[in-house]
Design a protein around this ligand. Structure first.
Ligand SMILES: Nc1ncnc2c1ncn2[C@@H]1O[C@H](COP(=O)(O)OP(=O)(O)O[C@H]2O[C@H](CO)[C@@H](O)[C@H](O)[C@H]2O)[C@@H](O)[C@H]1O
Length: 480
């Protein structure tokens, strides 16, 4: 079976968040099921520079006024198709933002182009000799693909749309519609029209054959007004086509036994070796060597991720005898609040602003616990990395965090299945209480070691979830 996967980022070529990790790891996990994935991504400079051997395999004469080339390349086991169109993608800055941090004003065109190219690859002879059986698109940036397919030659090919975060919907003013090369009837409630605007994700949710999101709990939550972000009504009409499949992680990239980014490698039978990583972290963040637990945070600094709650409890972590290290960037007010906490508590709180993949590995390997106080979290990946690295997750009880961490309550502790701590309500007090519970457990070395062990034994690989995607795909093909 051939899948065309379409996304705006893919690890290890271009990553701003968890979407890239999933799009980068799923193809290898699907291979044992006889499923071959080609991944279509935009030809940003970062992508083109990293791909040394690439060859033009097709072209589109007129993609919103300019010709585009489709390049093929292999990278780190990924079979890639790259949409090369310099007018759209050859920019300074990131995939979505210019160097000053503002959205590119033509993002609607940049990602409509990605979707239109995908539809043409699926339906026309853009890549001679190759056709997918199913097109699997990710998030709003690729969500117009099934809409274009509906009006093109691949109208009968099944499509899957995965929602990684329903908060990002790709909503634009009505004037962009004229530029999308869609027929007039597409500006209607059955397609992209959304309260008078154009909704990319909305159009995808209407037209994709199947919809998935990245955990079973989030699949339920997005049917409610609290989490559905306005899409709950539409999703309610599609519940039969909606599934939650929890994310896995790439257990080769994230393997404490072989990880090149950490000070000392270790496995489940040598957890004590983590001490060398803890020491390396203390040096890196300028922390003292007091014995209390190190709590880490690796996150976008946003309200979604509950980073305002973290700023509120930072002083308490120190008062309770713990230490806190934060790696992240985002909202400047939150960044400022956390930097202020770090300067109030030199030696006990450390912060690195920015994005640093290798450091994120060392933090998982050397910290005692990872804090994830998200207000909503479709799946979350950092708790899965934490489990694999013996870094105990302390998480808000929401979305995929609910599904992947087993709370250390009395019953779970005595059954020896607990892997971390959950809290609700998601407030500063809720988080504070969870930190207290964790401190208490940390002070009982046997209990803590059991939590770490149990976490490291959890299956966080893609194996089970890849099987679920494989059976979803087969079901779609069987339906014809
Ligand atoms: N400053 C920094 N330096 C280095 N690495 C950093 C970093 N900040 C974040 N990261 C990394 O970026 C990724 C973030 O993934 P998450 O799943 O936590 O959230 P995100 O909201 O991006 O993803 C969305 O999509 C994913 C994938 O489906 C869902 O799990 C999630 O719930 C949803 O919100 C992780 O790999 C993390 O280690």
């Amino acid at each position: 079976m051939n899948i065309l996967s379409v996304a705006s980022e893919v690890y290890p070529l271009v990553k701003t968040g968890g979407l890239a990790d999933v799009v980068g790891a799923l193809p290898a996990a699907l291979l044992p099921h006889g499923i071959r994935t080609r991944t279509l991504v935009p030809g940003y400079p970062a992508v083109l520079h990293k791909l040394k051997k690439k060859k033009a395999v097709g072209g589109i004469d007129n993609l919103f006024g300019n010709p585009a080339t489709v390049l093929a390349a292999e990278f780190d086991g990924l079979d890639l198709l790259v949409l090369d169109q310099p007018a759209l993608y050859d920019r300074d800055g990131g995939p979505y933002l210019d160097p000053t941090g503002r959205d590119y004003p033509d993002n609607f065109r940049r990602f409509a182009a990605l979707s239109l190219a995908a539809a043409e690859i699926a339906g026309d002879d853009v890549v001679p000799g190759w056709k997918p059986d199913i097109v699997h698109v990710h998030d709003w940036q690729a969500a117009l693909t099934p809409v274009y397919m509906r009006f093109g030659s691949a109208r009968n090919m099944p499509t899957v749309l995965t929602i990684h975060n329903i908060a990002f919907q790709g909503q634009f003013g009505p004037s962009v519609f004229a530029e999308l090369s869609l027929p007039p009837e597409a500006f209607s409630v059955q397609f992209v029209e959304y309260y008078g605007d154009v909704g990319f994700l909305k159009g995808g949710l209407q037209t994709a054959t199947a919809i998935t999101t990245v955990s079973p709990s989030y699949a339920h939550e997005i049917l409610t007004p609290e989490f559905g972000m306005g899409m709950e009504g539409l999703l309610a009409s599609r519940t039969l086509d909606l599934t939650g499949i929890v994310n896995g992680i790439d257990v080769d990239t994230w393997n404490p036994e072989t990880d090149p980014h950490i000070a000392r490698n270790y496995g489940p039978t040598a957890i004590k070796q983590r001490a060398a990583n803890r020491k390396a972290l203390e040096e890196r963040f300028g922390l003292d060597d007091s014995r209390g637990p190190i709590f880490c945070v690796i996150s976008r600094l946003t309200w979604q991720k509950g980073m305002d709650l973290l700023a509120e409890v930072a002083d308490d972590i120190v008062t309770l005898g713990g230490k806190l290290i934060v790696l992240g960037s985002g909202d400047s007010a939150l960044e400022g609040a956390l930097l202020a906490a770090a300067s109030r508590h030199r030696g006990r709180i450390g912060m690195v602003t920015g994005y640093d993949e290798p450091l994120s590995h060392l933090m998982q390997a050397g910290s005692d616990a990872i804090l994830i106080p998200s207000r909503f979290e479709p799946c979350g990946l950092t708790q899965l990395y934490g489990l694999r690295y013996g870094c105990v997750p302390i998480v808000a009880r929401t979305g995929g965090l609910t599904d992947t961490v087993i709370d250390a309550n009395e019953a779970a502790l005595s059954a020896r299945v607990a892997t971390g701590f959950q809290f609700r309500p998601v407030t500063a007090d809720g988080l504070r209480l969870a930190i207290r519970r964790a401190m208490h457990a940390f002070n009982e070395p046997k209990v803590w070691a059991r939590l770490q062990n149990q976490g490291m034994k959890s299956d966080v690989s893609w194996a089970k979830s890849a099987e679920r995607y494989a059976s979803l795909y087969s079901g779609l093909l069987a339906k014809g």
